[in-house]
Design a protein around this ligand. Sequence first.
Ligand SMILES: O=C(O)C[C@@H](Cc1ccccc1)[C@H](O)SCc1ccccc1
Ligand SMILES: [Zn+2]
Length: 154
Amino acid sequence: MLSIAIYGEKILNQQAEPVTVFDNQLHTLADDMLATMQQAHGVGIAAPQVHRSLQMFIMASNPNSRYSDAPMMAPQVVINPQILQTSVEQIRGEEGCLSLPQERCQVARFESIEVRYQDISGEWCQEWLSGFVARIFQHEFDHLQGITLRERMS
Ligand SMILES: O=C(O)C[C@@H](Cc1ccccc1)[C@H](O)SCc1ccccc1
Ligand SMILES: [Zn+2]
């Protein structure tokens, strides 16, 4: 397990660096992030949260106490992500953050988004996401820009 940065640590407010080398070390980091996220019962985790300023996160939606209709999906490693398009509609929903333990707040997110990112082998993927998975993507994408729930509280 990796240690999780807590709100107030500088790394959480920095713009993360692009990933340029897709090697075994990157695979190891992805495995360690996944294990850390699962131990914390999260549905996502971003590299800056484990003190690595890299544009990389994991999203792993699964039905949970707050989002019982969340889809079950295999964990997805997302690298150098871009948000290409967003829906007009936004939806407010409850979010938590592993870096803000015990805090929950309502955050408005776009209902659906078109995204482009590289997977763990460097292949580019482009797809539309909606609902809870889109919410996780936007939450983790914020972490890569140095934005946390505190800055999003509305
Ligand atoms: O801090 C993080 O990035 C992980 C969050 C991700 C998250 C994204 C969107 C909405 C909620 C959470 C953790 O998963 S916090 C734990 C959690 C899990 C399910 C629902 C709410 C909070
Ligand atoms: Zn978070």
